[in-house]
Design a protein around this ligand. Structure first.
Ligand code: CTP
Length: 400
């Protein structure tokens, strides 16, 4: 589950900093990409060289990189991270985090981050039990941060009590537990189709459509970000996948899409078909470029294979099949008819009559209809947010 996850480990000034080295090692071994940010005083407790060697990345301490004068961009770091773990988190750093103080790179990155933040306090028992620390930790919890409670034992001061930083293995298992809750689709096998298909007329011409594939790519990303193993079958497009775990299969024609999908569907839990597949293709494909003449020409078209309908016939009870419907008129009735005809669990309807919906745009306005004809309408949103809505509907269905 940690494979290719981007994790920032924040190291603050405390004796327990020696355990951070082992934590970095554990996360790297599990396949995560790790970057370490230290507070300036933390370097008195463990060397940046140890942490950079183990993390395979330069350790970041200051806003400006001493060697090349470049800015260590805390905003980029915050957005890069899938998780931030502050271990050890000193009383001083905890207090600054709770109050929005931003006087070092780690604190600026914390304030810029959108991901979950895990805090492993480490301090002497009286400091840990001080009402100020208790209040600060409560405050951090209320921000949505996760506190990894310290253990009880002998402390660096020689006193005995609560305040020892959790062991690296405990921090790792806390992280895994938390991620599996966030990763609702962990281990689910998901197939997404996206983009147009091109049906060849001759070696240089084809019948296609305006699909940009953006909606399908957004769905694939969202599933992958929530832990699913995604196979994305896509027609010609200019999109790029971001999540490295997405397996991409490029196809050109409806026939190629059909064969790829039938094959992948055998091991799929959830299939969502957003591709704008050509319904017809030329009956024959000219081997050489068709030359221009003054005569009128016509192309005989024959139907393509309907992949979604074929999957509807193959579908087993433990598989979820979701189609898209792009309509220009009589939208709801047409979409409902497709649910029946293609044996779907849901259909996602978008109408070309809605401004900002459909092909090429970065936004979409959808209505989801389930097999019992329950209708849920959504506002116009970015395709990324539309993808989140679609996944939420699927989650509710799986829980029901
Ligand atoms: N679809 C498919 N294979 C096809 C045609 C469509 O898998 N040969 C899928 C699309 O990916 C979409 C759904 O079927 O999920 C509905 O596509 P749409 O074009 O809206 O409907 P059609 O079934 O093609 O019917 P019509 O064009 O008459 O509306």
């Amino acid at each position: 589950m940690l494979l290719n996850k981007n994790i920032i480990i924040g190291v603050t000034a405390g004796i327990a900093a020696y355990k951070s080295a082992y934590l970095v090692r554990l996360l790297i071994t599990a396949g995560a990409n790790v970057k370490v940010i230290m507070t300036p005083s933390a370097v008195n407790f463990i060397t940046p060289l140890t942490l950079s060697t183990l993390s395979k990345n330069p350790v970041l301490i200051q806003f400006q990189n001493d060697t090349n004068g470049q800015w260590n961009n805390h905003v980029e770091l915050g957005l890069w991270a899938d998780a931030i773990i502050i271990a050890p988190a000193s009383a001083n750093t905890i207090s600054k985090m709770a109050n929005g103080i931003c006087d070092n790179l780690l604190l600026a990155t914390y304030l810029s981050a959108r991901c979950k933040v895990y805090i492993a306090p480490a301090m002497d028992l009286d400091m840990y039990q001080h009402p100020a620390t208790i209040e600060n930790l409560k405050r951090l919890k209320s921000f949505g941060n996760s506190i990894i409670n310290p253990g009880t034992g002998e402390l660096a001061s020689g006193l005995f009590g609560e305040g020892r930083m959790a062991e690296p293995a405990e921090i790792k298992s806390h992280l895994l537990k938390s991620l599996s809750k966030q990763n609702y689709f962990y281990c689910k096998k998901v197939m997404v189709t996206a983009g147009p298909t091109y049906e060849a007329i001759d070696p240089v011409r084809f019948i296609g459509n305006h699909s940009s594939a953006k909606m399908g790519f957004a769905i694939a990303e969202e599933f992958a970000n929530q832990g699913a193993e995604v196979t994305l079958i896509c027609g010609p497009n200019a999109c790029k996948t971001i999540n490295p775990t997405i397996k991409r299969i490029d196809i050109t024609s409806a026939e190629e899409l059909y064969h790829a999908a039938i094959n992948v569907f055998k091991t799929t839990d959830i299939a969502i078909l957003s591709a704008a597949v050509a319904d017809y293709k030329p009956a024959t494909v000219a081997i050489k470029k068709i030359k221009k003449t003054s005569e009128t020409k016509s192309i005989e078209l024959v139907p393509t294979k309907d992949t979604l309908e074929a999957l509807g016939q193959l579908k087993k009870t433990n598989q979820l099949l979701i189609g898209f419907a792009l309509e220009t008129d009589n939208e709801l009735e047409n979409a409902k008819a497709k649910i029946k005809k293609k044996n779907l669990d849901f259909i996602v309807l978008n109408s070309l009559n809605d401004a900002g919906a459909g092909f090429k745009t970065d936004t979409n306005k959808i209505t989801i209809i389930n097999k019992n004809n329950k209708i849920i309408k959504f506002e116009l949103k970015s395709k990324v947010d539309v993808a989140k809505d679609i996944l939420d509907v699927i989650k509710k269905d799986l829980k029901a």
